[in-house]
Ligand binder design. Sequence first.
Ligand code: UT7
Length: 337
Amino acid sequence: MAIEILATGRYLPERRVTNDELAKTVDTNDEWIRSHTGIGSRHIAAPEQATSDLAYAAALNALESFAPGKAAETALTLDLIVVATGTPDYYGFPSVACLVQDRLGAVNAGAFDVSAACTGFVYALDAAAGMLGIGNRKRALVIGADLLTKITNWEDRGTCVLFGDAAGAALVERTDAPVTGEAKRGLIQSVLRAQGSGAQELKCDRGGTRNPYKDGETVDKATHIYMNGRAVYTFAVKAFTEVMQELLDREGITMDQVKKIIPHQANERIVQAAAKRFGLPEDKFFMNIEKYANTSAATIPVALDEYARTGELQRGDLIMTVGFGGGLTYGGNLIVW
Ligand code: UT7
């Protein structure tokens, strides 16, 4: 029994903001952002959009790419909708997954969110695979969606230049394909890790039960991201290479058997450091940070969809995902296409 990806999809909000445009309102410049991060622009959602709008659009794109004109029919075949997000429409509940389930008309699907920040899609894919492995569930829609620009502190140049909004989706199915040997297919390994001791290095401090807004308090800013950039950078480089090595070791393979690595993209330099550590050419990684910046849980599924649509990915190719982020969390998947 294999858990295979049948189709992928993505959504990027219409508005694209370049570094130069950002530099008109923030004390920064294109040269600093590019040289320190590799980011050239980001997409920013419209004020009326929430995360479920992005997630729904990516889901629809995946369903349409699977069976054009039959998204509503395909939605009826879903047993599960899992959304990885750190920026849900509502505090606590309802989940983004339930809002997407309703809009798709996926009346046979259970729906829930996964909170693992930028590693969310890696976790969600593995959660969905595990749940498809028991009972009579067959199909799941796994979505990574984040709208970070609504929780960005636009006065903090150390973080506000880093983020963008997006959603990516994968339609996943339990099939009879083998998971070992030459003909193996689908999700064959996942590494899921956490380092909760680093929780305070990347967080949204206000509004939760630890630090709620109080009656009568004047709130001049919505809850926003705080990040100790240096600490997270150091963690990320180590986590990234650890996950890559563990995936290889578990499967007993070498990196030359992996066709492409689909990384979380918070900073191009983190990927370059991992490439150097493994002696890999940079084009071993599918990169799009220049266009989209860090879109958290959406980064990996958006990149996966873009890569799949290049036509380069052939059935039987082995790909690797690697993620890291708030929690702190990290992990990766090995997938035979
Ligand atoms: O997906 C979640 C995981 N997140 C990450 O993995 C992010 C990890 N961290 C990073 O990618 C990097 O630490 C950053 C990109 C956030 C920062 O890069 P850095 O090379 O560590 O810069 P820094 O924070 O040490 O700042 C260096 C200088 C400072 O100036 P001084 O004190 O040396 O005069 C900053 O004030 O750069 C300045 N600076 C900026 N200058 C222009 C910081 N942000 C900016 C900016 N524009 N946007």
